[in-house]
Design a protein around this ligand. Structure first.
Ligand code: NAD
Ligand code: UDP
Ligand code: UDP
Length: 316
């Protein structure tokens, strides 16, 4: 039997959050999307506004929020370096005060709560690929620290609310994800390269392009969130979610140029501070506990993402 739930998505007007709202509404749930619209926008959820089961609420989660909920997906937090470094104190507040408020809400209403953590908790990893039992290699005082340490502290809070108060928690360590509704100007590599290629601008590789990443298509990631939320109380995570298919940033640039038929030239710019050399998830735990692995091939995901940005740039 289908059980209709009241579900809160914080950061629901952002890239991942808006896709999650789509899936939850399609599954017949009541969804409240809470967002302060710092990096997200109502445009991402306009198509849901007329649905009687969907509600948008402009609110900053660093302030308390009293609602009655069955499940909470805590995604609120700027995710790209440009945005999270814009107001680093607010970034840490969102991770820490925001998590405390959402955990307080979960504790009071006995809701299940999922935290969108990140591969950044591993910092610039000395273990490759990264498994969940690796403690990380993180700079506590650098320009990325507001995000990395904020997310690490959030994980601590989730584990302590679970141990101390019995809150039902799920912690997802999300690796690089891409797809439609990525912010066009947030500096992330997939959106940057696609927008540059479509506009015929120079493609900016930072450093020599030999650093590696692995990219997961958004639909695969949302499927993993739903499966993780659906696991029994004995499983809290943290669990890595991402695509283990790894390639260099140079290869990425070349594939995007080839796919878009762009005449853009590839240029090199300085590598940002603390930029991880390699990143690739070990997803054995997700395979075992969630029966999940990414399904959308990179070419396919890229075609859909390029189509989104073509439309987006046309509408400007
Ligand atoms: P995003 O910036 O598109 O979405 C984040 C949303 O949170 C935005 O809509 C923003 O306006 C909102 N927000 C920020 N601070 C808030 C606050 N204090 N109160 C209420 N709303 C607030 O980013 P995204 O890529 O969709 O990321 C979603 C979550 O997943 C983030 O927590 C991020 O750290 C995590 N994550 C994403 C990736 C990725 O590759 N996209 C990787 C690792 C982790
Ligand atoms: N909180 C909230 N919504 C709720 C319940 C709590 O925003 O429905 C906030 C509340 O402001 C508090 C925080 O969550 O500061 C942590 O709650 P908890 O119950 O853990 O702590 P306490 O209220 O005892 O400080
Ligand atoms: N990058 C790049 N050119 C760009 C944007 C990013 O070469 O225009 C590089 C960046 O230095 C990093 C990788 O691409 O090595 C991924 O960057 P992103 O900001 O997307 O994600 P993260 O560093 O958080 O994995």
């Amino acid at each position: 039997m289908h059980l209709k739930k009241r579900i809160l998505v914080t950061g629901g007007a952002g890239f991942l959050g808006s896709h999650l709202c789509d899936r939850l509404i399609a599954a017949g749930h009541d969804v409240i999307c809470v967002d302060n619209c710092f990096t997200g926008t109502k445009h991402n959820v306009y198509h849901l506004m007329d649905d009687p089961h969907f509600e948008f609420m402009r609110h900053d989660i660093t302030f308390p929020l009293y609602l009655e909920m069955d499940e909470i997906y805590n995604l609120a937090c700027p995710a790209s370096p440009i945005h999270y470094q814009h107001d680093p104190v607010q970034t840490t507040k969102t991770c820490v005060h925001g998590s405390i408020n959402m955990l307080g809400l979960a504790k009071r209403t006995r809701a299940k709560i999922l935290q969108a953590s990140t591969s950044e908790v591993y910092g610039d990893p000395e273990m490759h690929p990264q498994r969940e039992d690796y403690w990380g290699h993180v700079n506590p005082i650098g320009t990325r620290s507001c995000y990395d340490e904020g997310k690490r502290c959030a994980e601590t809070l989730f584990m302590d609310y679970h141990r101390q108060h019995g809150v039902r928690i799920k912690v997802a360590r999300i690796f690089n994800t891409y797809g439609p509704r990525m912010h066009p100007n947030d500096g992330r590599v997939v959106s940057n390269f696609i927008v540059q290629a479509l506009r015929g601008e120079e493609i900016t590789i930072y450093g020599d392009g030999s650093q590696t990443r692995s990219f997961c298509y958004v639909d695969d990631m949302i499927e993993a969130f739903l499966r993780l939320m659906g696991t029994g109380p004995e499983f809290t995570g943290p669990v890595n979610l991402g695509n283990p298919h790894e390639f260099t940033i140079r290869e990425l640039a070349e594939r995007i140029v080839a796919m878009t038929g762009s005449r853009s030239k590839i240029v090199h710019k300085p590598l940002p501070h603390d930029d991880p050399r390699q990143r690739k998830p070990d997803i054995a735990l997700a395979r075992e506990r969630l029966g999940w692995e990414p399904r959308v091939p990179f070419e396919e995901g890229l075609i859909r993402t390029v189509a989104y940005f073509e439309e987006f740039l046309r509408a400007l």
